[in-house]
Design a protein around this ligand. Structure first.
Ligand SMILES: NC(=O)C1=CN([C@@H]2O[C@H](COP(=O)(O)OP(=O)(O)OC[C@H]3O[C@@H](n4cnc5c(N)ncnc54)[C@H](OP(=O)(O)O)[C@@H]3O)[C@@H](O)[C@H]2O)C=CC1
Ligand SMILES: O=C(CO)COP(=O)(O)O
Length: 318
């Protein structure tokens, strides 16, 4: 039995794909009302409207006991609390983080948190370019499964691959989690540039220099270059910085247009930008785009000033 914790857009999409592949799957939510509504309507009307839930997908507020893998598809800043509350049930099981970000209070990534909280379990992360709605509609997607234990990695890769989820494997958990976390920060910046109407050329420059920032921090923290250039890094950066399906990009677009953005929508890049800047400072690294995103979020500068700051930096070699 595979358990997916978090009946948000991503958790629901993964549960649909896995259930349709014939796996016994339980989709867990903390919310009794949401569970009743999903059971009745066979739809997650709040987070993934218009997509039917397979009849054989179980939906519950209780995590089924057993030994099957557990996918944690809750937002990054909530993951530690969720694990704390369910630690006894999760102990000894293979745990797969399905979130993208860096914890603000500790600057730790999801795999590091899993290892710290439940050291007896295998800790992995599933990440890469994939919109929940695309997965749920059965469209083809490719993801990266990172697990430091190569044998566990193979088992998880095999059990989570479905007709429309093609999963690649790596042991580089640092690279995989940082790629997914940092691309959201750059997507906010790309959205801001787009929202302000600064043009596709500016966005391409920003994505490229943003990628350089991602590499700078990730390589300094021990990531492998090929992970950053793979699905979880470059791949997800491209998707998120070019599609208004991305909430991080849409949030950035609102910033660029000086418009309000619905605060109930999950935008992982905002807290992660602050955590990233803190971590970069500890490493003695400059991350000017991330710094500009944080200053914009804090209302310290306007977009034009952010662009001027970036454009007036000392000229250097690429
Ligand atoms: N959406 C996408 O296309 C993709 C998302 N991701 C990643 O997946 C992660 C989750 O995002 P997504 O599913 O889109 O987010 P959503 O906003 O759609 O859903 C978040 C879910 O987490 C639940 N949740 C939040 N806090 C808690 C808590 N303390 N205890 C239990 N459940 C909680 C929410 O429950 P409730 O409704 O009760 O608040 C909700 O079901 C993010 O890190 C995101 O980056 C990755 C790839 C694609
Ligand atoms: O991570 C994602 C796609 O890979 C989803 O991006 P958003 O969280 O910006 O919607």
């Amino acid at each position: 039995m595979i358990t997916v914790m978090g009946a948000g857009a991503f958790g629901t999409a993964l549960a649909i794909s896995l259930a349709e592949a014939g796996h016994p799957v339980t989709l867990w939510s903390r919310d009794h009302e949401q569970v009743s509504a999903m059971r009745l309507a066979r739809e997650n009307a709040h987070r993934l409207p218009g997509i039917p839930l397979p009849q054989f997908l179980a939906i519950d507020t209780t995590i089924p006991a057993g030994t099957g893998p557990v996918l944690l598809a809750v937002p990054m800043q909530q993951m530690r609390d969720v694990i704390k509350q369910h630690r006894a049930t999760l102990e000894g099981r293979d745990l797969v983080a399905c979130c993208k970000g860096i914890e603000l209070s500790t600057t730790m990534g999801p795999v590091a948190i899993l290892r710290q909280m439940i050291p007896d379990s295998a800790a992995a992360i599933l990440t890469g370019p994939s919109f929940a709605r695309d997965i749920a509609r059965g469209l083809p997607t490719a993801l990266t499964l990172a697990c430091a234990d190569p044998e566990k990695g193979i088992v998880l890769q095999q059990s989570l691959t479905t007709r429309n989820l093609r999963i690649y494997r790596t042991t580089d958990t640092i690279g995989a989690e940082l790629g997914g976390a940092l691309k959201n920060v750059i997507a906010i910046a790309a959205g801001a540039v787009t929202g302000a109407g600064l043009g596709d050329s500016a966005r391409a420059a920003l994505m490229t220099r943003g990628y350089a920032e991602m590499q700078r921090l990730a390589l300094s923290l021990g990531a492998r270059p090929d992970t950053l250039s793979g699905l979880s890094g470059f791949g997800d950066l491209v998707l998120t910085c070019t599609s208004p399906q991305s909430r991080n990009m849409r949030f950035g677009m609102a910033l660029g247009k000086n418009e309000a953005f619905d605060p109930t929508i999950t935008v992982e890049g905002a807290a992660t930008a602050r955590a990233t800047l803190q971590r970069a400072a500890e490493e003695g690294l400059e991350m000017p785009i991330t710094a500009a995103v944080v200053a914009l979020l804090d209302g310290k500068i306007q977009l034009r000033q952010a662009m001027d700051m970036l454009l007036s930096r000392p000229l250097k070699e690429e």
